[in-house]
Design a protein around this ligand. Structure first.
Ligand code: GLN
Ligand code: ZN
Length: 762
């Protein structure tokens, strides 16, 4: 039986690639040095996989920024606006073009915007969206894939397997940049270029080539299904001498099973972590000769594989196909896992023994093969680790389980309906129409960051640290009063990150030292790990919220992160449904809401920035998710007094298809990101006749640009055309932590002026 890997993290064990790229961008590193760093990471990765005993090892999975962008360059899909960068010559030209497409270009008198970036399916990895035109042409533009394969082959021999995004998914994951055509119709022009690439790789000696077609696991139209058939029929007819493998992941094939197994390729990879239930149907439909790659080791989480569970899946496949037609693999590219658990020297050894990062996952793939070949010693240690996690008191806390199990509708219900609450709250707060507020954070200056870092290192005492944070908070409050904001925030100076801050105070979470995962380009995140039942041993935010509230007569919002967002931005447990974990977090947040309420905080904002991100890839699975996600939010506000105003905030999202669920959250006030869409996103709320109060963001916080008063007044006018003016709030799009003070002050002063104009004019 063979083993394979689909892709390996490319950031480097110590985030060497991030550091090198950032230095190169800052003009502090030579191009040759950047390439040297990259070459070293690639070689280390290949050797790691070779030493782990993997038979088929990916290459061309490395990328300086993003592998979809690499594919665009390979295929010559370069938007016209980069022509001036393209026209430059010199050693840097090609790299400049590449990074210009990724990050925009402001040099030599040119000012060219970056390409759009979006989430890679349901992961937190972001790719650069290919841009297509009606007259789009394709040709091999960049030769990197051939060079990389040649190098990999020198090291790995026949084991080296080039990986590229498959032609259909490549088109589907891109965007039409002009009207009058459908990108899928470009397939006819695209396929010949793929054929040429595959044949060239074959000529260089490639035995296997992996084509990633994640879209095969999504809802497909008839036309898209036909596109898959046509594409692979054409490829099979004209590519010789290589073995093609189509890789799917993140979902089960479901209704696309027959389509997928009948593609004329040599092997098909399926994700048995996300979709273990698909195995039977796949096995029933697999035609003679097709090899099946079983993704049994979770490529997107940090837990040790349960060998018995994996083996039971593998045995079923072996029984039907024979060992020679089965390949064992991680569920998807390991790009989404942290790199090496061995680097975590500070973890609780009991919990560490339940975990596996990318390097350990390779070991698991190899171990599964060895066990199948009769080496049972490996099974015993695994069984023990799995059993230890299943029964550990660090994971299982009965009181937490009981509370979630006893959940009733009453836990998720406010005392009165919104109209009653709204009247009571209006009497309590006496706000003007178009009340002004902000989303929570204020600029995290170097001073503030250093303060937290020094405190963490032990260079500051608690008193010294708190005194400084108090001062920053007081300054921010005085300043909010001066410019005339109506509802204040404390500024979140004590918080590093909106999830980590809560995770650090909740039981059931742990933090790694080096568990970085690429989010986009050089940006990496280090998600907390939820390993056990979650509880809240003590108040988390009351100290700072009450301190802030005491500094002013104006309403001060308490600031919390919602349960779905905490779940979504963490590595989660795989031993219970996500909804159970979410409900545990929801109860903890609920208790914090009550503590704030009791401490006299009248407005509490529970951010659910990531609710849309959690949406399942397949439409059929969405209603269930939305039900529990909304319910979790309602638990946080359940039983809260009518006079307490619950706010929520959501970052940029499409609301059309989820508006009824947003409404079901029943927050008294929701603030959303809308300014870049010119209030377009409010349409969904208007159509739905959204009844509660709403603050559509009036300015984009992602850029230092200071918006003028008139501009914001006019956006408010547009909002008032769509929704009752008496329900509208005035606020920026999102938190201001990434901004600098000067632009923040100027922008908020203009915003307050815009609200005043609106009060007179609208
Ligand atoms: N309250 C958070 C802040 O202002 C919300 C951030 C977010 O929505 N991403 O920073
Ligand atoms: Zn936001």
């Amino acid at each position: 039986m063979l083993t394979q890997n689909l892709g390996y993290p490319r950031i480097g064990e110590q985030r060497e690639l991030k550091k090198a790229c950032e230095q190169y961008w800052a003009g502090k590193m030579a191009l040759t040095e950047l390439h040297r760093v990259a070459q070293k990471i690639k070689e280390e990765n290949w050797l790691t996989q070779l030493n782990a005993g993997i038979d088929i090892i990916p290459c061309n999975d490395f990328s300086f920024y993003d592998h979809v962008l690499d594919t665009s360059l390979l295929l010559g899909v370069i938007p016209q606006r980069y022509a001036p960068v393209l026209a430059q010559d010199g050693d840097h030209a090609e790299t400049d073009l590449y990074f210009a497409m990724a990050r925009g270009y402001q040099r030599n008198g040119l000012d060219i915007t970056a390409m759009e970036m979006t989430k890679w399916l349901d992961t937190n990895y972001h790719y650069i969206v290919p841009e297509f035109t009606a007259q789009q042409e394709f040709s091999i533009y960049n030769e990197n894939i051939f060079a990389e394969y040649t190098t990999a082959r020198r090291l790995l021999g026949q084991k080296a397997k080039p990986v590229l995004v498959g032609p259909v998914s490549y088109l589907l994951l891109g965007k039409e940049k002009e009207q009058g055509f459908e990108r899928i119709d470009l397939l006819e022009k695209l396929i010949p270029v793929y054929i040429e690439i595959l044949n060239r790789l074959g000529a260089l000696g490639a035995e296997w080539i992996q084509l990633d077609e994640p879209c095969l696991a999504l809802d497909l139209s008839k036309k898209e299904e036909e596109a898959f058939e046509a594409a692979y029929r054409a490829i099979a007819g004209q590519v010789g001498g290589v073995r093609l493998m189509v890789a799917t992941y993140f979902e089960a094939l479901l209704d696309n099973t027959s389509l997928a197994v009948n593609l004329p390729v040599e092997a098909l990879h399926i994700d048995l972590v996300r979709g273990p239930e698909q195995l039977d149907e796949v096995l029933a439909l697999v035609p003679d000769g097709l090899l099946l790659s079983l993704g049994v080791v979770d490529g997107r989480n940090v837990w040790k594989n349960d060998y018995e569970k994996s083996l039971s899946l593998i045995y079923r496949a072996v029984e039907k196909l024979g060992a020679k037609r089965v390949i064992v693999a991680p569920s998807c590219s390991l790009l989404h896992s942290p790199i090496d658990l061995d680097l975590e020297t500070a973890l609780d050894p009991e919990i560490k023994n339940w975990m596996a990062f990318a390097r350990q996952k390779l070991g698991e793939v190899d171990a599964l093969r060895q066990i199948l070949e009769g080496n049972n010693t490996l099974l015993e240690a695994n069984r023990k680790a799995i059993e230890s996690r299943r029964t550990s008191q660090k994971v299982h806390r009965q009181a937490v389980k009981d509370r979630v199990a006893a959940l009733t509708e009453a836990d998720a219900t406010r005392a009165s309906a919104f109209p009653v609450r709204q009247r009571i709250q209006r009497e309590r707060f006496h706000l003007p129409s178009f009340p002004t507020t902000t989303i929570g954070s204020f600029p995290q200056t170097d001073d503030i960051r250093q303060l937290r870092a020094r405190f963490k290192k032990g260079d500051l005492t608690v008193e010294q640290y708190e005194k400084s944070i108090e001062q920053a908070t007081i300054d921010a409050i005085r300043w909010q009063e001066e410019i005339g904001l109506d509802v204040l925030v404390h500024g979140e100076f004590e918080r590093n990150d909106m999830v980590e801050y809560f995770g650090e105070q909740l039981e059931g979470f742990l933090f790694t030292k080096n568990g970085w995962v690429q989010s986009y380009g050089s940006r990496c995140v280090k998600p907390p790990v939820i390993y056990g039942d979650i509880s809240r041993p003590k108040d988390m935010t009351v100290r700072w919220s009450t301190f802030a509230a005491a500094q002013t007569d104006r309403p001060m919002k308490g600031m919390l992160t919602g349960p779905v967002t905490i779940l979504q931005w963490s590595f989660v447990r795989d031993d219970q449904p996500r909804e159970v974990t979410t409900n545990q977090i929801a109860f903890a947040v609920h208790d914090e809401v009550l503590a704030l309420e009791q401490a006299g905080i009248g407005m509490i904002q529970i951010d659910e920035a990531a609710i849309r991100e959690g949406l399942p890839l397949r439409k059929a699975r969405r209603p269930h998710y939305l039900d529990w996600a909304v319910k979790a939010f309602r638990i946080t506000a359940g039983g809260v007094q009518d006079r307490t105003q619950i706010h929520t905030h959501m970052c940029y999202s499409e609301f059309n298809d989820i508006i009824e669920h947003i409404a079901a959250m029943d927050a008294d006030v929701i603030t959303i990101e809308t300014s870049r869409s010119q209030m377009e996103l409010l349409q969904a709320f208007a159509h739905f006749e959204y009844p509660n109060e709403i603050g559509p963001g009036v300015y984009d916080i992602h850029s230092p640009r200071v918006p003028g008063t008139e501009e914001m007044t006019s956006l408010l006018g547009r909002a008032a055309d769509l929704l009752p003016a008496e329900n509208l709030w005035v606020n920026p799009d999102c938190g201001l932590k990434t901004r600098k003070w000067p632009e923040t002050k100027a922008a908020l002063e203009n915003m307050v002026a815009a609200a005043r104009q609106a009060r007179e004019q609208i």
